[in-house]
Every structure is written in C-alpha cells, then in structure tokens.
Design a protein around this ligand. Structure first.
Ligand SMILES: O=P(O)(O)O[C@H]1O[C@H](CO)[C@@H](O)[C@H]1O
Ligand SMILES: O=c1cc[nH]c(=O)[nH]1
Length: 250
C-alpha cells in the first residue's frame, strides 16, 4: 500500500525506524547502514532502508514541528513500523547538560497544539520503557567509537511549537523550575501518536545550547561539540534498535 504523503510502500517498510527532523541527518544515518537505499524524498520526508547488525531498519526525516512530524509518524506506523526512535537536537535547561551532551527523553511535556487535538489535557506523552532502557544502555556505552566526551542525561523533555520568541513568553521558566531537562519540537507528538496507534517509541536528543537563551542571536547547531553529540546519539539509537530487535526475536 502506498503512503500518500511519505510516498513509500508498506511492503518496503521494516518494523524498526529511526526518525529525525533534518533530511540531511537522515542521509548521514543511512550511511551507517549496510545495503542502504533511498525509497523516497517527498516534501520534508526522506526515507531510507538498510541493515544495522543484521536488523532491517528505516531512517526517515520528519521536518520541524509537531503537525508535520505527526503525519510522518502516522504513515510510518500505518506502513508497518512498530518501534520508533527519534534522534533529534534540543536546547538544554541546565548547565549540568551543556552543548555537546545528550539526553534520553523519558516523557515529554505537551506544550504543543497538535497533541491537544488528539487526546485530552492531562493524558501523558511517555516513552516506551523497553525502548528507553535500550537507549540509555547504548548511550552510556563508550566503546566502539562512541564519543567519550558526551554527558548522558535521562529525564523529562518539553515539546514546544514556538522556536523564536514573539510577544508572548515561551513557558521555559516554569518547566525548567519543575525539573525538565531540555526543550525541542516533536517528541510529544511521537509519544502520543505511538501510544494511540499501538507502536512503541523513545527519543534521544543532542544538546545544541540553552533553550531559554535568545535563539535568534545565539542558536548554532553547527559546532564541533554538537556534531560529536549527534554522532553519539546516532550510534546509540542504531545500537538500541538492534538490541531491541534481538530481544524481540528471543
Ligand atoms: O534537529 P531536529 O531533529 O530537527 O530537532 C530540533 O531542531 C529543530 C529546530 O531547529 C526542531 O525540529 C527541533 O525539535
Ligand atoms: O527546539 C529546539 C531545538 C534545538 N535547540 C533549541 O534550543 N530548541
């Protein structure tokens, strides 16, 4: 069956997928797969399939923001994907995790508009526990080339719609005070869509600065520290998916 927006056929889709915002990051991840091939590049959605440690998996970009990303997650799950890991970037709320760190998201604050149109207020956006455990274990391993400089945090992230500030205050302060570790723009959508459609999901983000700084002046995700953290999270996600597939087969 053809998925009308991603332009992929369900017959080509494996059960495991890595998703990320940037089509260029999807291409970078696909280079780590064996027998990688591109299935489609439709709108912001670029889809590759290949193998990692013998496990068939897809790598798909979902663009920036929850509404567009949710379309991607919905079609991937409809096409047969059962386990999804987001490999993203985020701004930190704490000096404990500066640029170059990585954070595994255990749950996401639903400070977005999309999920309000799917589930009631108060319904939690939570990661799957097995996916999260596999991600944490893989991210903490520092052998086999994974960067030893990245600090690995585990905790709650915030999903926002706004990136640059307007005249309203973006609600960073209260979520930071409540203990959230970082903010980004799609994890809540991933967790809610996965819960609704019976798939399991997790997420890991590379920290590229502070979420509550003046992003119009300071945002720079193109530093060496961020590149190393992205490399770290990609390796962790690939290993976690392969480990989950082995657990599923056992
Ligand atoms: O690097 P990605 O995966 O796109 O994630 C983050 O970066 C984008 C903002 O620049 C948003 O999509 C945000 O969630
Ligand atoms: O949404 C995002 C993504 C990266 N960095 C941020 O500060 N915010």
């Amino acid at each position: 069956m053809l998925m009308p927006i991603l332009q992929i056929h369900s017959e080509d889709m494996p059960a495991y997928a890595i998703v990320c915002g940037d089509p260029a990051r999807a291409e970078k991840i696909s280079r780590k797969l064996e027998n990688a091939r591109e299935l489609a590049f439709s709108r912001e959605y670029r889809t590759f399939v290949g193998e990692y440690e013998g496990v068939q998996m897809a790598v798909v970009s979902h663009g920036v923001g929850s509404p567009g990303a949710a379309v991607c997650f919905e079609e991937l799950i409809r096409a047969g994907v059962k386990t999804l890991i987001r490999v993203g970037t985020a701004g930190s709320y704490t000096a404990d995790y500066p640029a170059g760190s990585v954070i595994v998201s255990t749950a996401a604050v639903r400070s977005d508009g999309l999920t309000r149109q799917l589930v009631p207020d108060g319904f939690p956006a939570v990661a799957d526990i097995d996916v999260t455990s596999a991600l944490v274990a893989a991210a903490r391993q520092t052998d086999r080339g994974i960067s030893e400089v990245a600090k690995v945090g585990v905790g709650i992230t915030v999903t926002l719609d706004a990136f640059f500030t307007g005249v309203e205050e973006i609600p960073h302060r209260k979520y930071k005070q409540a203990g959230a570790l970082a903010a980004e723009m799609e994890i809540a959508a991933l967790y809610i869509v996965s819960t609704l459609r019976g798939a399991r999901a997790g997420a890991i983000v590379a920290i590229d600065g502070f979420a509550d700084s003046d992003l119009a002046a300071e945002y720079d995700p193109h530093t060496d520290a961020v590149a190393k953290a992205v490399e770290h999270e990609i390796e962790a996600a690939l290993r976690a998916l392969a480990a989950l597939a082995r657990q599923d087969q056992a």
